[in-house]
Design a protein around this ligand. Sequence first.
Ligand SMILES: *[C@@H]1O[C@H](CO)[C@@H](O)[C@H](O)[C@H]1NC(C)=O
Ligand SMILES: *[C@@H]1O[C@H](CO)[C@@H](O)[C@H](O)[C@H]1NC(C)=O
Ligand SMILES: *[C@@H]1O[C@H](CO)[C@@H](O)[C@H](O)[C@H]1NC(C)=O
Ligand SMILES: *[C@@H]1O[C@H](CO)[C@@H](O)[C@H](O)[C@H]1NC(C)=O
Ligand SMILES: *[C@@H]1O[C@H](CO)[C@@H](O)[C@H](O)[C@H]1NC(C)=O
Ligand SMILES: *[C@@H]1O[C@H](CO)[C@@H](O)[C@H](O)[C@H]1NC(C)=O
Ligand SMILES: *[C@@H]1O[C@H](CO)[C@@H](O)[C@H](O)[C@H]1NC(C)=O
Ligand SMILES: *[C@@H]1O[C@H](CO)[C@@H](O)[C@H](O)[C@H]1NC(C)=O
Ligand SMILES: *[C@@H]1O[C@H](CO)[C@@H](O)[C@H](O)[C@H]1NC(C)=O
Ligand SMILES: *[C@@H]1O[C@H](CO)[C@@H](O)[C@H](O)[C@H]1NC(C)=O
Length: 872
Amino acid sequence: MASSSTFSIILGILQATIFLISIARTVTIADPSPLESEAIAMVESGWWSNYSNNASERCQWPGISCNTAGSITKINISDVPNIEVGDRFGKLNFTSFPNLVLLDLSDRPLGGKIPHQIGNLSALKQLDLSFCGLSGELPPSLGNLTQLEYLDISYNYNINGSIPPQLGNLVNLVSLNLSGTSLSGSIPPFLGLLTNLRHLLLDRNQFDDGNNTIPQNLWNLRGLETLSLSGCGIVGPIPSALGQLLNLKSLILWANKINGSIPSAVGFLSNLTYFDVYDNRLFGSIPFSLYQLTNLETLYLGNNQLEGSIPQNIEKLMNIKVLSITNTSITGHIPLALCRLTKLEYINLHENQISGSIPSCIGKLFNLRILYLDSNLFEGLIPEEIGNLANLTSLSLSQNKLSGSIPSCIGNLSNLHTLDLDSNLLKGPIPAEIGRLFHLSNLNLSFNQLSGSVPILSATKLRIIDAGNNCNKISPDPFEGNSRLSPYMCPSPVTNKAKSSTILYYLKIFLPIAIFFAFSILGYFLFSRFKLKNNRVGAQPTRNGDLCSIWNYDGKIAYEDIVAATEDFDFRYCIGVGGYGSVYRAQLPCGKVVALKKLHRLEAENPAFDKSFRNEIKFLTEIRHRSIVKLHGFCLHRRSMFLIYEYMENGSLFCNLRDEVEAVEMDWTKRVEIIKGIAHALSYLHYDCSPPIVHRDISSNNVLLNSSFEAFVADFGTAKMLDLESSNQTMIVGTCGYVAPELAYTLVVTEKCDVYSFGVVALETLMGKHPEELLSWLSSPTSLVNMRLIDVLDNRLPLPTSQLVAQNLVRIATLAFACLNPQPKSRPTMKEVCEELVCGQTSLGVPLRMISLLQLVNCEKHIGGKTGTCNV
Ligand SMILES: *[C@@H]1O[C@H](CO)[C@@H](O)[C@H](O)[C@H]1NC(C)=O
Ligand SMILES: *[C@@H]1O[C@H](CO)[C@@H](O)[C@H](O)[C@H]1NC(C)=O
Ligand SMILES: *[C@@H]1O[C@H](CO)[C@@H](O)[C@H](O)[C@H]1NC(C)=O
Ligand SMILES: *[C@@H]1O[C@H](CO)[C@@H](O)[C@H](O)[C@H]1NC(C)=O
Ligand SMILES: *[C@@H]1O[C@H](CO)[C@@H](O)[C@H](O)[C@H]1NC(C)=O
Ligand SMILES: *[C@@H]1O[C@H](CO)[C@@H](O)[C@H](O)[C@H]1NC(C)=O
Ligand SMILES: *[C@@H]1O[C@H](CO)[C@@H](O)[C@H](O)[C@H]1NC(C)=O
Ligand SMILES: *[C@@H]1O[C@H](CO)[C@@H](O)[C@H](O)[C@H]1NC(C)=O
Ligand SMILES: *[C@@H]1O[C@H](CO)[C@@H](O)[C@H](O)[C@H]1NC(C)=O
Ligand SMILES: *[C@@H]1O[C@H](CO)[C@@H](O)[C@H](O)[C@H]1NC(C)=O
């Protein structure tokens, strides 16, 4: 019995085993293998749909790396063209990639939040989502990525909430960068437990303003090489524990409210190359030990209440390139030892109380490019040896007590762009050699005791205004306040007459309408290839050596980069001049081309312009849309303020419509797309932003075109958030010819003002010129009876042959007339305009050439009243 029962048990076990095996088999057959799941996930993500849908070739798709087993290990599409992730970010099945170690989507516009499933990428070591336009809170599931070593979510301005405590699980992290987001709360103490951290960057966040201390245990992270906490609202002193971070190379704490003195323990940080505490509340004297840091290359101490003098033993800073101690209370003399620091490229001691003379040995600093000693108590002569500084581009000695005459050897400084010697006690004639400084774009010799006559200036970059009587004056007058100088002769400052008249011509056209972007007017500058030397000052070992990520650090480094790329805003790089700013093209050392909008120096001090600049920053850092120009960064530097944009190869719509060649290249299909782009951008501003944003200055100047003539709305200097509570009364802003008529009497801004301006730009795009005349006829529509649409269409283009294009033109013209309705209420909303542009079904009842403008104007009534489409 026993044996038979044993037998049946064994049989049972066998049967069960066979059963289980067969189940297991069916399961394996039903469930895809890991490799198959990967393939499915890749296809379903849709990211590569423009390349291939054949998943068996996925290891060859761009941006993909696989291991030998054919499983994906890396996805890096940060630089791959023609991939559209966008809203499909969350469509990738993150659970299907058991071997993925690297995901780099930086610089790709991604929509929405970081999907919480990202926590399923269990093998991930590197995650880069910087500059992706992401929003919302950081998902706690990021804490599941315990293998992570490198995490970069920087410069996603709309990421908010606090840093999730789960990030404390990421014990393998080596580099954490959360700069440039809207994270709030405080700097979490658990970061001090991530003992492998070498780089911690939390610059420019919304941490509790003014009441945030650096957690004590951060000073225990002995491995730290980079600690960058600028603009974090930090209060309290820097503890002596700082001296424990022996590996520190960059300590960046600018724009906080740190008080106390600089601890002398800083002298232990022998590897330090970059020290920046600019703009804090530090007081006391600069510790002697700071001057022992032989590896230091960049030192920013300005905008504090530091005192004392620059000691003789500054000579130990053998590697220093950037020395900036501005606007503090430094006294004493410049030590001769400074002249031994021959690597110096940048000295800025602006606004201190340094006295004595400027040592003549300064002429030995042959790498010097920028020397600002202005607003101090210097006296004595300007040393002749300054003329040896052949690389000098900017020299400012203004607002001192310098006497004697201007040494003629300053005329040797052929690279000089800025020469400010104003408000001193300088005597004698202005050396004629100054006239040879061809690159000068800033000259100020005012308020001295100069005598004699004004030399003939060869510089073509000085800002010239037409003072009437064919007299071209330099503005502002660089010579005023010198009573013994012969009366200001209207200089003919430009030897090259043709050039001068071109400049004047442009100024005449552009000044009244306040153009910022006149990209193509000096288009010929564009085509010359600039070979740029990588002569950055204070260069940082930025992440991956990628110089474009300079924004991860701070505006001042960016400033130096931009100065290098444009050779201190050399006119050669200027591609447009506007009412109060100039636009430059800059190729950064990494090859990326950007556009810079820079305020003229005087205007930068004008609060109104300053406000408009800050306004633009506020809006453009918060909004992101494919038809709105992208802001890459900004710099609000004391000496120059500029914004950095995506570069638009084709310049403004205005200029393209006026250029005979470009106008023809902009065929009807492109023009339709341009108008659609503007409409979508405006609809986004009015309906997808909360509170809604009114641009207030839509004009063809403020629509920029990229190389494929796609439209981007630019210039948010006057944009305004609609306050739904208050009356929204304002001053009139905007460009003449585009401003809605009701603004003249009501001064109330509504989004319907933009709708009107859109109508003008749409018609302008169809007609190829501003529809001034047509606008005046609109008040008496009967005058339109005999006008046909084709009579006003841009006659540089042949009439459309395609029925579809013709329908689009009719639809746009109809919408434009509706937008130009004098009654704001009767104008359609931008949302309606977009819907109509995308879904409208205008089937032409009559041929295009028969359609009269009156028909279109009458038709508009239906659109405004939402009665649907109108068949012409
Ligand atoms: C997919 O690619 C593989 C390998 O190149 C090839 O053998 C196969 O025919 C392709 N399939 C299709 C549907 O194109
Ligand atoms: C991704 O690819 C780009 C361009 O090839 C490269 O510069 C970058 O370093 C890569 N990212 C990572 C994390 O390796
Ligand atoms: C991808 O293809 C679609 C149509 O297949 C096209 O509309 C889109 O512009 C393409 N995207 C890119 C980036 O080429
Ligand atoms: C994602 O992949 C996993 C594993 O491959 C699978 O179990 C899951 O069903 C997939 N999810 C979706 C939504 O397809
Ligand atoms: C995938 O992520 C979700 C959300 O974080 C989690 O609930 C789920 O368990 C994960 N799936 C796997 C297979 O890890
Ligand atoms: C991942 O994280 C989420 C949220 O923290 C958690 O609920 C989930 O259980 C985690 N999944 C795994 C597989 O650890
Ligand atoms: C984050 O921003 C979104 C809007 O983008 C908002 O709805 C949400 O409340 C914000 N969250 C926090 C914690 O501020
Ligand atoms: C600052 O923070 C501390 C604790 O972090 C808190 O006790 C104190 O009330 C805060 N002070 C202010 C002015 O918010
Ligand atoms: C400083 O840097 C050197 C070389 O980069 C390195 O070997 C050393 O460990 C670092 N730390 C200290 C404390 O010197
Ligand atoms: C200008 O600077 C470069 C390096 O930036 C240096 O090689 C050159 O010698 C300098 N010019 C002079 C005249 O010293």
